[in-house]
Design a protein around this ligand. Structure first.
Ligand code: BGC
Length: 719
């Protein structure tokens, strides 16, 4: 991992931005004094839906050369862009467990945003966390674990802001489902809130995120965008956030309560789904009548200006042009993340392919959408090969490499004959598969944002089954061929039991959401040009009910507490089909020589509040090292994972991810991985003391190839 200093200086084609909040606030204060009251109101108020070039826009303030701010979706690239790359979704980036690729993805997306004159790119996403496996927008974020989400948030934000674009951590917080997202209340206890859902936002703040988007839902009965506890106490005081809070689009419900609880900017301003205007003239009146202090308005403006100065947007920023060609050579990152995010779930000696003489490809997902790769608004359909989910968090493809095209091209080199049935009908399987030595069947599962319904899925998925009769299709192929490879493109877990019950299914390739490099990335893995190195960022269960969470029809009381995804499977002793962190390779790795070093003391966190919370929470207190050896015959990369078990008295889940390192090794080579464990990583939230506390007792540090494939363990006594 880069040191914080190096991280800030992370080099780009142009000079990297130096992040300095104090300097930014000094400039913001100087500018504040030159603004009229009207300017101030304008800087925090959106101009209205569809009334500017971007999905969110404010008004310019000429006295300080402040531009009309452009806020644009989204978390994987530039929505409505003219000539942009569609990067892989967050879930695929997380699936690589590769910090450098995740950071580069953030940087490249921001380079495109900057080229289009976008000031604020609306991502990354850490809410939803993904506690509900069918949750419609889980794929926009980084998987069902706060530690993984947190690292990916920080890398993305630092990558983005290093080139001068403001990042926006969203949706803050507890927006775990699409159904009723604008009416429901997420009711949660303080410990669960801190240890799971707030956690990745703390990483975002620690990474100096410029802005945060409050979510649509209520939290314990109060709207997220007017909750003094969530906005002021937690975000601004406890986490020391110095940037600004904007609403999700039309997530505001009041003027004074919102202003006085810590909301800083309203979006989009008006006319969105018939929404009302609560800022603008209403905010102005509230200030003149004393219901909102002038100092609060000044604080809002100061925060917005400071974020703008923070990333250097006051000097020669490009003007807005969403149609600019900004693709550059960024597709290298898409190919790499699409490929390295592929998880090999099962392989009975069939992969990599060995020059088959005839290869059959089956399924509508083998080919690009026949109506056109961008024919559905906000990717709101699941027709043809799948590259991402649907909704505001999408971007148009500039090209689309479909599996059949990429495989055909590659097969020519081996003289392999290809037969294709680009249909999900079982009746065309037999003729396509006839005479093939290997058959590959493509299945999918999709989800998205609730304003679009696709094949009866209103955002959230209705179930965890493959779409388009995927189980029947795989069964039909397995009935016609002895050597079947199932390729799954999916937003999240799918129940694979029917497919696994077919003995002729020799391999399952979990190809996730590879965006526009779908086919190319798959070929890299199928043909063994790269050994698979992705690991699941969520659990694949044997049955949908095993997760213990589902979409709520009313409010959600978060009764499962800390026990989501693998934390729940471990606690309830439920055997998953493929556990969190799981993934095979074409080579083998051994783990040896664990060493746990450190002498942390028990007790509460101390120190000043810095961005991210109390200073000492971010200090390294334990180092765990392990030696990993590639004992196989091909080059490969392993994601070594550190899981921590707390003393029993802490009443925590049996194990929790607290470190991961990906390392690439030649056959026979070894290397030492070091996990830096911070004070936060061994703390729990003490609800009574309202503070992070390290419990006394025995901590068990385990290192393995997944959350259940533990290879090494060591203990540490905390006095
Ligand atoms: C989504 C946000 C998005 C905004 C602007 C909302 O519906 O929840 O993620 O940034 O729209 O498009």
């Amino acid at each position: 991992m880069l040191s914080p200093i190096l991280a800030l200086l992370f080099t780009t084609a142009t000079a990297a931005v130096t992040i300095d909040w104090d300097a930014a606030y000094e400039k913001a204060n100087a500018s504040l004094s030159k603004l009229s009251q009207n300017d101030k109101i304008n800087i925090v108020t959106g101009v209205g839906w569809n009334k500017g070039p971007c999905v969110g826009n404010t008004a310019a303030a000429s006295s300080i050369s402040y531009p009309q701010l452009c806020l644009q979706d989204g978390p994987l690239g530039i929505r409505f862009g003219g000539s942009v790359n569609a990067f892989v979704p967050g879930i695929q980036a997380a699936s690589t467990w590769d910090r450098a690729l995740i950071r580069e993805r953030g940087q490249f997306m921001a380079e495109e945003a900057k080229g289009c004159g976008i000031h604020v790119l609306l991502g990354p996403v850490a809410g939803p966390l993904g506690k509900i496996p069918t949750g419609g927008r889980n794929w926009e974020g980084f998987g069902a674990d706060p530690y993984l989400q947190g690292i990916a948030m920080a890398e993305t934000i630092e990558g983005m802001q290093s080139v001068g674009v403001q990042a926006d951590a969203k949706h803050y917080v507890l927006n775990e489902q699409e159904l009723n997202r604008e009416t429901m209340s997420s009711n949660i206890d303080d410990r669960t809130l801190h240890e799971l859902y707030l956690w990745p936002f703390a990483d975002a703040v620690h990474a100096n995120v410029a802005s945060v988007m409050c979510s649509y839902n209520k939290i314990n009965g109060t709207w997220a965008c007017e909750s003094p506890y969530v906005l002021d106490t937690l975000l601004k005081q406890e986490l020391g956030f110095r940037g600004y809070v904007m609403t999700d689009w039309n997530a505001q419900h009041s003027t004074e309560p919102a202003a006085n609880s810590g909301l800083d900017m309203t979006m989009p301003g008006s006319d969105f789904n018939g929404g009302s205007i609560y800022w603008g003239s209403k905010l102005s009146q509230a200030v003149s009548s004393g219901k909102v202090e002038q100092s609060r308005l000044d604080d809002m403006v100061r925060r917005v200006l400071a974020a703008w100065y923070l990333v250097g947007q006051d000097s020669s920023y490009p003007s807005i042009n969403l149609k600019a060609n900004v693709q550059g050579t960024h597709k290298t990152n898409i190919r790499a993340t699409a490929r390295d995010g592929i998880v090999l779930l099962k392989n009975e000696g069939i992969l990599p392919l060995q020059k088959p003489s005839k290869l059959a490809l089956v399924g509508s997902a083998a080919v690009v959408n026949p109506q056109g790769m961008n024919s559905c608004t906000d990717q709101g359909c699941n027709t043809g090969a799948l590259g991402m989910g649907w909704g505001s968090g999408t971007a148009p493809y500039s090209y689309f490499s479909a599996p059949a095209d990429a495989i055909k091209t590659r097969a020519q080199a081996d003289g392999t004959q290809i037969s294709l049935s680009a249909s999900d009908s079982t009746s065309s399987v037999a003729s396509a598969v006839n005479g093939a030595d290997v058959a590959i069947v493509f299945i999918t599962s999709d989800s998205g944002e609730g304003y679009i319904t696709v094949e009866n899925h209103a955002g959230d998925r209705n179930n965890l089954d493959p779409w388009h009769n995927g189980n029947d299709l795989a069964k039909a192929v397995a009935a016609a061929s002895d050597n079947v490879i199932v390729v799954v493109h999916s937003v999240g877990p799918v129940i694979l039991e029917t497919i696994l019950a077919q003995p002729n299914v020799k391999a399952i390739v979990w190809a996730g959401l590879p965006s526009q490099e779908n086919g190319n990335a798959l070929v890299d893995i199928l043909y063994g040009d790269t050994s698979p190195s992705g690991k699941l960022p969520y659990t694949i269960a044997k049955s949908a009910t095993d997760y213990g969470t589902s979409v709520s029809s009313g409010n959600d009381d978060y009764r499962e507490g800390l026990y989501v995804d693998y934390r729940h499977f471990d606690q309830a002793d439920i055997e998953p089909r493929y556990e969190f962190g799981y993934g095979l390779s074409y080579t083998n790795f051994t783990y040896a020589d664990i060493f746990v070093d450190g002498r942390p003391t028990s007790g509460p966190a101390t120190g000043d509040i810095i961005p991210g919370g109390r200073a000492d929470l971010w200090e390294k207190v334990v180092t765990v090292t392990v030696t990993i050896t590639n004992t196989g015959t091909v080059q490969g990369a392993e994601v070594a994972q550190l899981y921590l078990s707390y003393p029993e008295s802490a009443k925590t889940p049996p194990k929790q991810l607290r470190g991961f390192e990906k390392l690439s090794l030649e056959p026979g080579a070894s290397d030492v991985v070091a996990f830096d464990v911070k004070r936060r990583d061994i703390s729990i939230w003490d609800t009574a003391a309202k503070e992070w506390v390290v419990p006394a007792g025995t901590f068990n540090f385990t290192v393995g190839a997944s959350s259940r494939d533990i290879r090494q363990s060591g203990t540490l006594e905390v006095a």
